[in-house]
Design a binder for this molecule. Structure first.
Ligand SMILES: Cc1cc2nc3c(=O)[nH]c(=O)nc-3n(C[C@H](O)[C@H](O)[C@H](O)COP(=O)(O)O)c2cc1C
Length: 205
């Protein structure tokens, strides 16, 4: 009998937009019977910078109960969905720093043959959603991972328009995460789960 898929949802979020997508993906996977670890990566910013920004300080306090990711969570997982706000069109330094702690697992070949996918949030419409996800996926190629992007595999993708992964434009903090983004996140979660289950069954068969 096949064992449930083990999914790690690992994200950085300063003001909570990426965190909400992570939660949507996690909730969707739990409903599917998947074993889920919803995890945040360690903060790198100085306390003073966080305290000077109300939205950042509020989210930091609200997410303190979310466990912090470590390399063992990647080793445990069959599939990993990473999430990050863009930083000048790139992956946030916090998530990148976490990825850079995975060298030991990489050297042992333990990052390979897993499914990976990603999501992103930006302030503006053309603010780097695609470039951020492509930058994230560079690392996955080095892992020997299997990138499962949503493509246009569901009608929702023709509405949210990002085949690289779920994305949200927060409009300088004004646009809440709505049903369009949530539907895209649910589809991404289900697609990752479905393909991971097939891969897992195939590798063990
Ligand atoms: C240093 C820095 C650089 C950023 N660069 C961009 C950018 O290039 N394009 C953009 O649209 N938003 C940019 N943003 C905004 C955030 O990526 C955006 O507000 C994101 O949705 C926040 O997600 P979070 O709430 O999960 O932290 C930047 C924010 C910071 C602090």
């Amino acid at each position: 009998m096949s064992t449930p898929v083990k999914l790690a949802v690992i994200y950085y979020s300063s003001t909570g937009f990426s965190a909400q997508i992570a939660e949507e993906i996690s909730d969707t996977a739990i409903k599917e019977g998947v074993e889920v670890r919803l995890l945040r990566v360690p903060e790198l910013a100085p306390e003073a910078a966080i305290a000077a920004n109300d939205a950042w300080a509020t989210h930091a306090a609200a997410s303190a109960h979310i466990p912090v990711a470590g390399p063992a969570d990647i080793e445990w997982a069959d599939a990993v969905i990473f999430g990050t706000p863009t930083r000048f069109g790139n992956v946030s330094s916090q998530l990148k720093q976490f990825i850079d702690t995975l060298g030991g697992l990489w050297a042992q070949g333990k990052l390979a043959n897993k499914v990976y996918s990603g999501f992103v949030t930006t302030a503006t419409t053309h603010g780097g959603q695609e470039s951020t996800l492509l930058a994230l996926y560079n690392s996955i190629h080095h892992f020997g991972g299997i990138i499962v992007s949503p493509g246009y595999t569901d009608p929702v993708k023709f509405k949210d328009g990002n085949p690289y992964g779920t994305s949200h434009t927060d409009g300088q903090g004004q646009n809440t995460i709505g049903e369009l983004t949530r539907n895209a996140a649910r589809h991404q979660a289900l697609r990752v789960i479905q393909l991971t289950a097939a891969l897992k069954a195939g590798l063990s068969g």
